[in-house]
Structures are given as C-alpha cells and as structure tokens.
Design a protein around this ligand. Sequence first.
Ligand code: AMP
Ligand code: MG
Length: 425
Amino acid sequence: MISVDEALTEILRHIEPLEPEYVPILEALGRVLAEEIVSDIDIPPFDNSGMDGYAVRASDVAGAAREAPVRLKVIDSVAAGQVSHRRVEPGTAIRIMTGAPLPEGADAVVPFEDTNDYDRPKDTRLSAPADWIEVRKAVRLGDNVRPAGEDIRHGELVLARGRVLRPQEIGVLASLGRERVWVHRRPRVAILATGDELLEVHEPLTPGKIRNSNEYTNAALVMRTGGIPIRLGIARDTQADLKAKIRAGLEQGADLFLTSGGVSVGDYDVVKDVLGTEGRMQFWQVRMKPGKPLAFGLLPGRAPGQSVPLIGLPGNPVSAMVSFEQFARPAILKMLGHTVLDKPTIQAILDEPLTNSGRRAFVRVIVTRQDDGYHARTTGEQGSGVLTSMAKANGLAVIPEGIERVAAGSWVTVQMLDWPEGIRV
Ligand code: AMP
Ligand code: MG
C-alpha cells in the first residue's frame, strides 16, 4: 500500500497546466492568468476630484474657518465626464463633482459640507449656481484630489502570471481596457460510471439495481472545481463496453478521465484490466479510509506521443467523493494553472472520541464556530456507501496515519468542503 501523499505526487507528476486561451474577461472569472498584465496607462488617467465641492487654490482658503469664511467667485461648474476650460485664478473657484478632472490652477477641493452651498435649496443650486461661495474650512494642497496614477502607474506590472482572477481583478482588467485575457484552458473531464447494477436516474428501481449517483456527484465536483464534465454514462462490467466508452471519451477530446467503481478486487472489476491493455496502468491500494482502492493510468491520446490520464475512483459514493477531493481536484486545479492545490483546512476541537484503523482517515464532520474556536462533531454513520453523511458534512476531519485513537477535546485538522459561508453556530 502507498500513502495518500505518494499517490498524489505520482498523479501530479503526469499532469501539466493546459495551454492558454484568449477569453472575454467575464469568462476568466476564477481562472488562472497566463500572461503578465502591464498597464499602458495611468489610472486614474487625470487628477480628479474625490468629493462633490469646489476646486480651489489651497493658499486662498488657508485661513478659512466657520467664523472667518473666505469668499470666492464661482467661475464655472464641471461634472464627471466634462472638462472645464477655465483656470482657477486667485480668488476664484469652480464647482466640481466627484470624478471630474481638476481644473487648471486648482490644487485642492473643498467639499460642499465646508461651504455655504447647502444653505440654498437644491433646485436653485442646480439651475443657477451661486456667483459667490463661502468657504468655512481650510484645505491643504491636494486635499480631496485623486492624483493621476494613484491606483495604477503607466508601465506597472499590475497582475502577474498565475494570478487567480476574482471579481476585483476582472474590474482591474476592464479599467485597463482589456476585453479579453489569456487564461489556462479548462480541462474536459470525461466521467464514466461502471457497474452492471447501475440504472439511469429516470429508470424505476428493479431488484438488485441502484441508481447511478456517482456520475452526478463527479460531474458536479468537476464543475465546481472549474473543469468541463463530459458525461459518458454507464459502462457495463465488460472489457468491450468499457473500451468503447473510453474511446468515445477520447473522441470528445477528454483531457482527463474519471471513472468510478471497478477498481477493487471483485470478480467484475474490469477497469484495471482494460487500463492494463489499453494504456499504462498503475493500480494502488492507498493507505486511506474511505477510499483504499485507486487506479491511475495513462491512455494513449489522439495525437502521437500524447497521453490522457485516468483516475479510477472507487465505486462507493463516499469513497469516490473523498478520493476526488484528495486526487482528482488537485489534478484538475493543476491543469487549470493553479499552484495552490490543497483543500482549505482549519484546526477544530473534536467533540467526540474517534477510533481509526491506522490508515489516514477522512471523517465526515460538521464544523461550527464557537467562542473558543471551531468545533467538529461527526455526521453519525460513517459507512462508505452512506452518501447522506457527505450531504450533512461541511468538512472532513483528517486523522493522520498510525493514529488509532483520538480523544474528545483534541485538536484535529479539518479539510473544509464548504468554506467559509457554510460555517454557522
Ligand atoms: P465496485 O468498486 O465497482 O465494486 O463498487 C463498490 C460499491 O459502489 C458497490 O456497492 C457499487 O454498487 C457502488 N457503486 C459503484 N458505482 C456506483 C455509482 N455510479 N453510483 C452509485 N453507486 C455505485
Ligand atoms: Mg462495480
């Protein structure tokens, strides 16, 4: 048996980031930048007002106070999007709105609140700006002015290759005038369930049969991780059927195969046989619980020399999910260009004792936040076929290899399945 870490290292050794594609910036959300973004402009492009108020010369109003207001002649009014062609000379001011370019001659902005602007009713203020304004508070040079280049300077490296694009990065790209951006392509992940016992979701239950849930869990996990699922349906437990389904996946341009079932030691576990004849196959027993059986192999791709990795997840629904999180998720993330591949983890206080076989265990837990930190309690029945134990859980407590007993009150590491919104007291 090999360890979880050894299995993951071996899988990742065969996986590289996919080539970049040039996509509209909104399609780049959550994806990984494959180019350097260097600005060819200043942002903001010009000095502009940070407040609604009056553009002034700071030296004119240096002594202004409520009891000693300074009167300035208002010579123009400028809104965002406009440019005033007047110059603020000593003793004058220009009425200015937030975002409007600072007129020549001005070096500060006095907000309306520090003038007598509000003394007049709003409709008169708009229709006929006052000829004179009283400034009731001093401003210093540059007050309430946003200088050109304050945010981004011309020539600056704004976003480095490898950055994960969140809404704020998408906005930065828009402000730089980028309609499209280079990001790593999303992997096409072929999903294949195996088993003679499996029925399609719409089929009525018949004796001995169960519905194929893994295909849906796996497709949803792939989508959530950022991949594109290609659903190949159910392969029956024959080499011929499995081979045909794998060929269909290759024809649809799969970058990765995820199978479920057929990798343990039963009579009909054909995944490993097929992989052995079709490609290069490694079949492992991994020191983990749930999810001991795991297959990994390389299938010959369509292009010469190309190979397509296959991760053979166990059939039991919980084992399949836990194994996806440990092995398939990092593989997909690496293809997407991510470098942080670990699940987010927290430390939590275990509220009940646990016993373990000695393999690394992933125990379904419910994490809550309490006054003394996070607490974790199990979801109850931990059978590897009990998928509702995953539905109840928001985390997987990781019991390290070789530890057979964890006392209540101990600190445990928990891989979060939902983070952080799912945590409530
Ligand atoms: P196997 O490794 O193929 O022997 O499967 C182990 C267990 O998982 C068996 O009880 C299977 O019926 C179940 N199983 C396998 N594939 C699926 C699937 N796609 N959906 C739900 N259960 C499955
Ligand atoms: Mg099976």
